[in-house]
Design a protein. Sequence first.
Length: 501
Amino acid sequence: MADKNNQNAAPEREDLSQLLQIRRDKLKQLQESGNDPFQITRYVADNDSANIKDNFDALEGQEVSVAGRLMSKRGMGKVSFCDLQDKSGRIQLYARKDEMDEEEYNRFKKYDIGDIVGVKGIVFRTQRGEMSVRVVTVTLLSKSLLPLPEKFHGLTNTELRYRQRYVDLIVNPEVKRNFVIRSQFIKHVRDFMDGRGFMEVETPVLNTISGGATARPFITHHNTLDIDMYMRIATELPLKRLIVGGMDRVYEIGRIFRNEGMDPKHNPEFTTIELYQAYADFNDMMDLFEDLLSSAARKILGTYQVRWQGEDIDLTPGWPRMPMHEAVKQYCGIDFMAITSDEEAVAAAKTIGVELPETADKTWGNALYECFDQRVEEKLIQPTFITMHPVDVSPLAKRSPKDPRLTERFELFICHSEMGNAFSELNDPIDQRQRFQKQVELRDKGDDEAGMMDEDFLTALEYGLPPTGGLGIGIDRCVMLLTGADSIREVILFPTMKPQD
């Protein structure tokens, strides 16, 4: 069987090699005749395919200039038909030998699918009713030396689509929709935040300390300073320093880097918005998040109803808010609020098959969190705020005045996916030092996701951080929701890929 496959592959490679040589020969001929397309520096297009079709009645009979990529060719005798693809769609080109310069028409006949051309012509409708451009002149602007994937099957290999997004966008133009929606969502986020008096800021990507989240960082080295540095795993700590400094409402949209696993929901680099509001708490952040995401759906999609991961999701405002211990009681039957000891909590978790990680302390809070993480999260489909996380897993959140084992923290879940994370921010520098110390101890035990001691941040807190609400939102996850994408790679133009041999 292997020999047969090799026999089949050899002619294919030979055919491709011949195609590549033919295109290079055509380029050489063009260059030798003084028509080198790579010498052309610009081309003025005053129209595009969508505008021509949308305003056909006004443009019919008028001369236009368009530019784009040839995606198909038909005819090629004295009459030629081609489809031109530009940024907005496709338009048919109609070329007649007796209506063009003969030499130019003969060159045009030799152009290949994938070539980029500029066309001047007259807008008209063919006998079959197709809105088209009757070619007057055509200029080759760039020669495609590689053939596009076969037109009926296109680029269907998923991994190759991500590796060669440029080809994916050419032959699968519907893919562009995801990235249009992504751009619209980020614009909506900025408009939303700016309209509420927040100021956009920028904070360092490279830091001497990894902090602000529980995650494994990427480590690099600064040659001049001769020190290791960490690519940021969150923007939280620098932004809260700005709240200390009197910038009462700040946000940052930016790339985050975490040296962790890859799956349909995770990419090593991803985009978040983190925002902080002085004199607010996590309830204010819930209101803001619900308003932001529901209004984005309404504005971008025109509806609160979306389809994601096989589920019909209703983003109509009024999302339920449920403490984590109530969610565990509802879905697992364990009432953690009736449990008073760490030993009893860990034993209760074991009764439903939940084991705590080796690096985690065997505490009430960790047992509660692991029960939620392993048994409840997967059941949350409609938008649900899960509140009151244990202190053990929330080193930067303020303790609940009602129960010091819990914090004023929430995560929003939609379709068993975390969409965002928020706190009433911890502003007690003594408590914060103790929490940092706990993270350091976990790190010393081998937990490379635990945080580090940040003395400068503690100094900032000692100057005084007002009561503050903070919220971090995963931009990529939100775009997945709005586009219906099942993989984060469908909404990141250039996702991280393992190099090919």
